[in-house]
Design a protein around this ligand. Structure first.
Ligand SMILES: NC(=O)N[C@H]1NC(=O)NC1=O
Ligand SMILES: [Zn+2]
Ligand SMILES: [Zn+2]
Length: 448
């Protein structure tokens, strides 16, 4: 009889392919057996009857701001929120921390902070800005997951937007290094000029902000990035696509064999322009929330499989930065990394559970070539799992949030599916509101 470390008995497994009842056994941090009724002895047995066992989610886009702006969000608070939401790994963006992740030294600071404080596994994006092209090679050596560039103003002075030449040359180098380039795609000239004009005319309300970042600004930047990537032969990823039309451009390019993918975020799927008007600063983001008709088309593309994965773009800031009469001056960024799974289960009732697993784990593992050990529920994979009770409906209250700042546009919303346990490489890191000590490790990545 085999001896396991942990046996999950009687649960319903959710994989990117299917949903089926099974026992799951873990030893030395890995899944070692999956079968209808496992009889081996185990150090610990969890009764998973009535629960769904999802692959631990991977959030490929968060801003945890440590070091340097830990008062905005840090690895302790951010990774607790993730664990409470069933997320077992995250990719941290190269900006909003100080210094931003632009070279070997800043990568080392990030790594040390995450290693000391993160409850779950992590990887890092490096940045591309106009003056760091010569540092991309050392960032690749450090093990960044890819390179992120802003095609419009990032809101952070020490992370400048790329001009076309920097983007082109950055893509050339990324292609040589076998790394993916991710872009925040909005046309800088349009968004900057429209913003300046509105502010000069004293038009600083929420509708004015929306008007300063039209859909066409996003579509133009997506098309330019795709054109560059095709020419250069670089793998491209478009972050936080806010409209179905943006996804359609990516889908069309993929049909032509261009190596491009895209993500969207829960806020574009569940909130609209009207919500931004109603909720105010807590719902400010860029690209902004869109109309109901744009949102409906975005959902169609998600259902059709044209969006490779969903991320949260969790980008919080202290309360003071969220308060201004001038909506342009308010920090743009939505806090939501704790609610990814529950939002998709609740709002994506048309999405099969398997597709939710694909969008939150397998899709990311495959795009970033994490290997079969991450993002999959199968024998030999890391035992990164979350146990969810789909029968629970709950109202999200601010005091249930583990963020550094207990604010989110999703508070007050009734959600379905409570995460009861989160397991990282075989260790329970979250269980019914309790956390263990940190456990996170850097995810090592292949070059493409
Ligand atoms: N700097 C930063 O986090 N910006 C993010 N916030 C947001 O709403 N969109 C972004 O790109
Ligand atoms: Zn962005
Ligand atoms: Zn972001």
């Amino acid at each position: 009889m085999s001896t396991y470390d942990l046996l999950l008995r009687g649960g319903t497994l959710v994989t990117a392919e299917s949903v089926f009842p099974a026992d799951l056994a873990i030893a030395e941090g890995q899944i070692v057996e999956i079968a209808p009724e496992l009889t081996g002895s185990s150090r610990e047995i969890v009764d998973a009857r009535g629960l769904h066992i999802f692959p631990g989610l991977i959030d490929a886009h968060v801003h945890f701001n440590e070091p340097g702006r830990t008062e905005w969000e840090g690895f302790i608070t951010g990774s607790r929120a993730l664990a409470a939401g069933g997320v077992t790994a995250f990719f941290d963006m190269p900006l909003n921390a100080s210094p931003p992740t632009l070279d070997r030294a800043s990568f080392a600071l990030k790594y040390q902070a995450a290693r000391a404080n993160s409850l779950v596994d992590f990887a890092f994006w490096g940045g591309i800005v106009p003056d760091n092209l010569d540092c991309l090679e050392e960032l690749a050596e450090c093990g960044v997951i890819g390179f992120k560039a802003f095609m419009s103003n990032s809101g952070i002075d020490d992370f400048a937007a790329v001009d076309d030449v920097t983007l082109y040359e950055g893509m050339l180098r990324a292609a040589q290094l076998g790394k993916i380039v991710a872009v925040h795609a909005e046309n800088d000239q349009m968004t900057s000029t429209l913003s300046q004009q509105a502010i000069a005319q004293g038009k600083t309300g929420i509708r004015d902000y929306l008007a300063s970042r039209p859909v066409i600004a996003e579509l133009e930047a997506i098309s330019r990035a795709i054109l560059f990537a095709q020419e250069v032969g670089c793998a491209l990823h478009i972050v936080h696509v806010s409209t179905g039309r943006g996804v359609a451009m990516v889908a069309e390019a993929r049909l032509h064999g261009i190596n491009v993918s895209c993500e969207t975020c829960p806020h574009y799927l569940v909130l609209t322009e009207e919500d931004m008007e109603r909720l105010g600063a807590v719902a400010k983001c860029a690209p902004p929330l869109r109309s109901q008709s744009e949102q409906a088309r975005l959902w169609e593309h998600v259902r059709a499989g044209n969006v490779q994965f969903v991320t949260t773009d969790h980008s919080p800031a202290p309360e003071a930065l969220k308060q201004s009469e001038n909506f342009f001056a308010v920090w743009g960024g939505i806090s939501g990394c704790q609610s990814l799974l529950s939002l998709l289960i609740t709002e994506g009732s048309q999405l099969p559970l398997s597709q939710i697993a694909a969008l939150t784990s397998a899709g990311i593992a495959s795009r970033f070539q994490l290997g079969s050990h991450k993002g999959h529920v199968c024998v030999g994979a890391d035992a990164d799992l979350c146990l969810v009770d789909l029968n629970v409906h709950f109202r999200l209250e601010p005091e249930q949030l583990y963020y550094r700042h207990q604010q989110s546009p999703y508070t007050g919303r009734t959600m379905r599916g409570r995460v009861v346990r989160t397991i990282v490489r075989g260790s329970t890191v979250f269980h019914n509101g309790n956390f263990t000590t940190h456990r996170g490790q850097l995810i090592t990545v292949a070059t493409m």
